[in-house]
Design a protein around this ligand. Structure first.
Ligand code: ASP
Ligand code: MG
Length: 358
């Protein structure tokens, strides 16, 4: 059937861009990466930009390697690097059917892991791990999974391109917890990604990683790939952002504590931001900041069940039926009450209290 006779409801505006993010907990093995690729391919003709987290557990493993290096435990470094190398190699092998493609990808992985080993041994000899080096080491998880997804898409005949996150996400340079400079990033993202999207190439961007002031690699805090996705969605004025996760959506409370917890179908951005900030593990606490003044809806959807609607986070307010949407807890809190007659209206009391409690 010629494209022009397709029903009009299925036609997509040529500028419509959808941002996808695949969470690490979902990306366990080659089958999972293939599933992610399947999701990317089924959204055509909408143009997608995809952000990927490191494969499940890889960030923790990289942090453990960094820590082993810091204390000079070279044996643990080698064992850790070997394990990660094998894991990525297995995914690569399960992903590509053509021997030639597989060989190229495996050679890429060999080079990346040789570099990781050298670097970690350098740290082990010095027994010094700076925040800058830790970020450089840990960023590798996302860089590798993004390469796997690119190779998988290309192996399946799709057009995809790896885009280095540090080149488009400019940050304040705070190692381990950087936040993007939104206006500079907006410009860089559009310059780099729009030409690809127009040529129907799917850009694949490692999540969690950005560029520091002097070009250093920085990370955006644990779970930071959510933030990468919302930043890209904002810069590209995306039609929507979908965070594919290993949960059915945002829940009314922690289902591990309350088995009867339900999925919340829709939340206002403000409500979701509060929840993320106050302990709901599902979203990076600062992921919604880039969307404060623009209306790009975010969907949290289950990776394992791509047809399920999940949770919509948008500017709509739906307070009628359930004014309280969800409950979260922050553990290990202490409540300190500071009282006294001489405090009222005395400037600096709050500051003194906070510094005394630091
Ligand atoms: N891989 C990083 C982490 O585990 C970032 C992410 O998953 O979003 O924290
Ligand atoms: Mg992760």
């Amino acid at each position: 059937m010629p494209a022009s006779s397709a029903p009009s409801s299925r036609r997509v505006k040529s500028t419509a861009i959808e941002v996808f993010k695949f969470g690490g907990a979902s990306l366990i093995d080659a089958a999972a990466v293939r599933h992610a690729i399947g999701i990317i391919l089924t959204t055509r003709p909408t143009r997608t930009v995809t952000v990927v987290s490191a494969l499940a557990g890889v960030t923790d493993a990289l942090l453990a390697i960094a820590e082993a290096a810091r204390i000079g435990d070279s044996r643990a470094v080698d064992a850790g690097v070997d394990r990660l190398h094998t894991r990525h190699r297995q995914v690569a092998e399960g992903l590509l059917s053509l021997a030639r493609d597989r060989k190229l990808l495996l050679a890429d992985l060999d080079a990346a892991f040789a570099e990781l080993r050298t670097l970690a041994h350098g740290v082990a000899s010095l027994r010094e791990l700076t925040p800058r080096t830790r970020d450089f080491l840990v960023a590798r998880g996302e860089q590798l999974s993004a390469r796997l997804v690119v190779a998988g898409l290309k192996g399946g005949g799709a057009k995809a391109q790896y885009v280095e996150a540090a080149e488009i996400i400019r940050t304040d340079g705070v190692f381990g917890n950087a936040f993007p400079d939104l206006s500079v990033t907006d410009k860089l993202v559009r310059e780099r990604l729009l030409p690809l999207v127009r040529r129907r190439i799917v850009p694949i961007v490692p999540g969690f990683v950005g560029g520091g002031v002097d070009g250093a690699l920085v990370t955006l805090g644990r779970g930071g790939s959510d933030l990468t996705a919302t930043v890209l969605g904002r810069s590209l004025k995306a039609q929507r952002i979908t965070l594919w996760k290993d949960v059915p959506g945002l829940m009314t409370t922690d289902p591990r504590l309350v088995p009867s917890a339900r999925i919340v179908p829709q939340l206002n951005v403000r409500e979701a931001a509060e929840l993320a900030y106050y302990g709901a593990k599902v979203l990076h606490p600062r992921a919604l900041i880039p969307l404060a003044h623009i209306t790009v809806p975010v969907f949290v959807r289950p990776f394992a069940e791509p047809d399920a609607p999940g949770t919509e986070i948008s500017t709509r307010r739906t307070l009628q039926r359930y004014p309280v949407k969800a409950l979260s807890i922050v553990r290990d809190q202490a409540l300190v009450t500071v009282t006294g007659n001489g405090m009222l209206g005395v400037p600096g009391i709050a500051a003194r209290t906070f510094s005394a409690l630091q």
